[in-house]
Design a protein around this ligand. Structure first.
Ligand code: CO
Length: 502
């Protein structure tokens, strides 16, 4: 019997997905295990394998298989899950086809050199040295936007890669609401009489003991260690070669237990999403995550909404006190809770609390949108950056290393990536609200160490659906409303009113 075209498509996708597992494994290895001297030979191997995968992906289209299927999906003679697979793959290939290979190579080479130049410039606190590289990258990203095409803003074309279907206008609207709330709210917190001393939590915690504790927490909240690992790397990340091979990393500070724990919980949130994707659809978009924003919503939900709640720590804190008696034994749960939720404006996003975090994103979003639309002269960036940080966060940027040069994203051309961090926070608050409505005892259960109900809910309503819906459709389906800032704002107001007696 002749294989049906849709099954042929799935076969090819599966082959590509299996090859990609090795690429992802290699990426994990580079960050966690690989000896320094292996980097050159590895780069060659990775580039060869990437080329093979790219070729196989485009071949799906070349012999007419995909076009034939697309017609059937459009005319509804193929429906349901199969139609979703066809339309998604078609969309992905269309975008790839618009970028000539010579352009992709030029961008990737420029990005890699620019990243090195940025790292040196940040070290030397020398924006001028980075400026020619940034100029080159911006020029290429503008060209990419033109090649890909867009309706309103060139920024749409870039955003679409990370948050498919979301427009600049929509992002702008929700972030504007958020900004109008956050700036005066932060001012109120600053004026509060409540003072919190985070140094109280410092001590000396052996790394192997910390590792065991991180592993314990991660497993307790649902990470399946038979289908994943927890390791150490400079920057925490999640890499998922397969839903049964999900790797997360964290980093440790000997004097600060919470430093690693926060990022382990965050990465566990990402990992639960990956482990919850449906294995039977592996290789197809039905087993892929929806967008970076939705991915981040899962990590932020666990890190913040659950992981910085009093209920969460009602269960875990006695264990912290037992394992790490100095200094925790003498600090009461309520005080601990206050300390881990301290609000304090800083220069760097990655160290920001829940209240100020989104302001960092808004600053970068506003600037990079202006850059892409050509309203900013790049040499003015340090001044523009510092002025916004002062206006939104109320702090003076001491130098460009801690200011405009702090972050890697622009150097590698990842314009349009940043808003997904804020979208993640907004999605997570909206999802959290509906979870509490549907499971009124969820938080009480967490206080007793029962996390299964929440985990199963997320798996059923989000993870197991893969890319069946776009992020906009999913949030509407799950919460009954389109994405908006009000849930996050309510969440912040309710939580910090008590913490800062506002
Ligand atoms: Co994340």
């Amino acid at each position: 019997m002749k294989t049906k075209p849709i099954d042929l498509l799935k076969e090819r996708l599966l082959e590509i997905a299996h090859l990609e597992t090795l690429l992802k494994l290699s990426k994990w290895d580079q960050e966690v295990m690989m000896p320094k001297n292996a980097s050159d030979s590895r780069a060659v191997a990775v580039s060869l394998l990437s080329g093979i995968i790219h070729g196989k992906f485009l071949a799906i289209e070349r012999d007419g298989l995909l076009n034939e299927l697309k017609k059937e999906a459009d005319s509804k003679s193929i429906k349901g899950k199969d139609a979703i697979i066809i339309k998604e793959v078609f969309k992905q290939i269309e975008r790839k086809k618009k970028l000539p290979e010579s352009f992709v190579r030029e961008l990737s080479e420029a990005a890699s050199k620019s990243q090195n130049a940025w790292a040196q410039a940040r070290k030397d606190n020398n924006f001028k040295a980075f400026l020619p590289w940034l100029t080159k990258i911006v020029e290429l990203k503008k060209k990419e936007a033109e090649l890909v095409g867009y309706k309103d803003s060139s920024y749409d074309a870039l955003l679409d890669e990370y948050e498919p279907g979301m427009t600049t206008k929509e992002v702008e609207a929700v972030l504007q609401d958020l900004k109008s709330f956050l700036i005066p709210y932060l001012q109120k917190i600053k004026e509060s009489k409540v003072k919190v001393n985070t140094k109280k939590l410092l001590g000396k915690f052996s790394i192997p003991e910390q590792y065991e504790f991180n592993k314990y927490v991660s497993e307790k909240i649902g990470f399946d260690f038979n289908s994943g690992r927890l390791d150490i790397s400079t920057h925490p990340f999640t890499e998922s070669p397969h839903m049964q091979d999900v790797r997360i990393t964290t980093r440790y500070k000997e004097n600060d237990l919470m430093y690693a724990l926060g990022s382990t919980i965050h990465e566990t949130g990402h990992a639960l999403y990956e482990q919850g994707l449906p294995e039977k659809h592996f290789g197809t978009p039905l087993a892929e995550y929806i967008s970076l924003g939705i991915h981040e919503s899962q990590s932020r939900l666990w890190e913040n909404m659950f992981g910085k709640s009093i209920e969460f720590w009602k269960f875990f804190y006695p264990k912290v006190q037992k394992e790490f008696p100095s200094p925790y034994k003498s600090i009461k749960l309520e005080e601990f809770y206050r300390i881990i939720n301290k609000v304090s404006p800083s220069f760097i996003r990655t160290e920001a609390d829940e209240v100020t975090y989104n302001l960092h994103i808004i600053i970068r979003f506003e600037i990079e949108k202006e850059i892409m639309e050509g309203h900013i002269n790049l040499k003015d960036l340090p001044t523009i950056w510092s002025a916004k940080v002062k206006e939104y966060l109320g702090v003076d940027v001491p130098d460009d290393s801690l200011g405009v040069l702090q972050d890697v994203h622009w150097s590698i051309g990842a314009f349009g990536y940043f808003p997904t961090y804020a979208l993640g926070n907004l999605y997570s608050a909206q999802i959290f609200a509906i979870m509490k409505r549907e499971m009124p005892n969820m938080e009480k259960k967490m206080a007793k160490g029962e996390f299964t109900e929440a985990g199963e809910w997320l798996k059923k309503n989000i993870h197991s659906l893969g890319r069946t819906y776009s992020s906009g459709e999913l949030i509407k389906k799950v919460t009954g409303e389109k994405l908006n800032s009000s849930y996050f704002i309510e969440y912040i107001e309710k939580k910090y009113k008590d913490l800062y007696t506002l």
